[in-house]
Design a protein around this ligand. Structure first.
Ligand code: OOG
Ligand code: MG
Length: 262
């Protein structure tokens, strides 16, 4: 760690205020070039603790930059991990208020809901599937607090990996009824297909992203609790949205989920 506890707290407040006030800021490594990976995750932890202290529950976690398409779009080569607060959740078919967001983009994902806790450091695909209650189509709204989505990996980690809103289908599918790498995923905006891919785009198997997340959390003394939601990462590139847009994600054999921006 290179930053002091005081600076970590200030940066957490800086980024969370930008989120809550829907305004962009420059990437924090500009002013803190010596910030390291631990500092970045410590800032993210501090944002989570700020929300929990206000009574906002942490309902899940996410992996990001798990597809080759996203890694290329963002110019990075490793996945990133963040948390999901109750205040980010939108019900299936529900609305997200565009005025509360900065420059949102949306991406289709496969969500996992756990029936038993999952604890690293040695989680693998088998352990993830055994701990999974069901999987479901999901959409994640990412809204980097950084101007023009211009960031480096440490800045995006501190910013909770651009987490903003998410919606998970109301109906789930038992994990043994789907072949996750082989499923087709389609995202439609206002009735037009804007992105499509297959489950395998997410680190060859979406459950692998969940295993990597559990192993990452173990290093920080955390585990994935039973009942939590996990977004395994965008299957395709993220697509910009504006007020009035209606977005649907369909996953082969698993149904669909939708969100509207108002
Ligand atoms: C980081 C978040 C990426 C995903 O699923 O790949 C992400 C970003 O691109 O802003 O959530
Ligand atoms: Mg995502």
């Amino acid at each position: 760690m290179n930053l002091t506890t005081q600076v970590i707290r200030e940066l957490a407040q800086h980024l969370e205020s930008a989120e809550l006030e829907a305004r962009d800021v420059v990437k924090i490594t500009d002013a803190h070039p010596n910030m390291d990976w631990e500092d970045a995750y410590a800032i993210q932890d501090q944002i989570r603790l700020r929300k929990e202290a206000r009574g906002i529950r942490t309902v899940g976690f996410k992996a990001g930059l798990t597809s080759h398409a996203k890694m290329k779009q963002m110019g990075v080569d490793t996945p990133v991990f963040g948390f999901l607060s109750a205040s980010f959740a939108v019900p299936d078919g529900g609305q997200a208020k565009f005025a509360e967001l900065i420059h949102p983009k949306i991406e289709p994902e496969i969500a996992f809901v756990l029936k038993t806790p999952l604890k690293g450091p040695d989680c693998d695909i088998r352990a993830v599937l055994a701990a999974t209650d069901y999987v479901a189509p999901a959409l994640e709204v990412i809204d980097s607090r950084y101007r023009d989505f211009k960031f480096d990996l440490k800045s995006v980690l501190a910013d909770n990996c651009s987490s903003s809103r998410f919606v998970v289908a109301g109906r789930g599918t038992p994990v043994d009824r789907v072949d996750l790498p082989a499923v087709g995923v389609v995202m439609e905006k206002n009735g037009t297909v804007v992105a499509s891919g297959v489950g395998a785009a997410v680190v060859e198997h979406p459950a692998m992203a969940v295993a990597m997340l559990a192993n990452h959390l173990a290093k920080r003394g955390l585990e994935l609790p039973a009942g939590c939601v996990i977004l395994s990462g965008g299957v395709t590139e993220a697509v910009a949205v504006k007020a009035g847009d209606n977005v649907v994600c369909k996953v082969q054999g698993m149904g669909s989920v939708s969100i509207k921006f108002v």
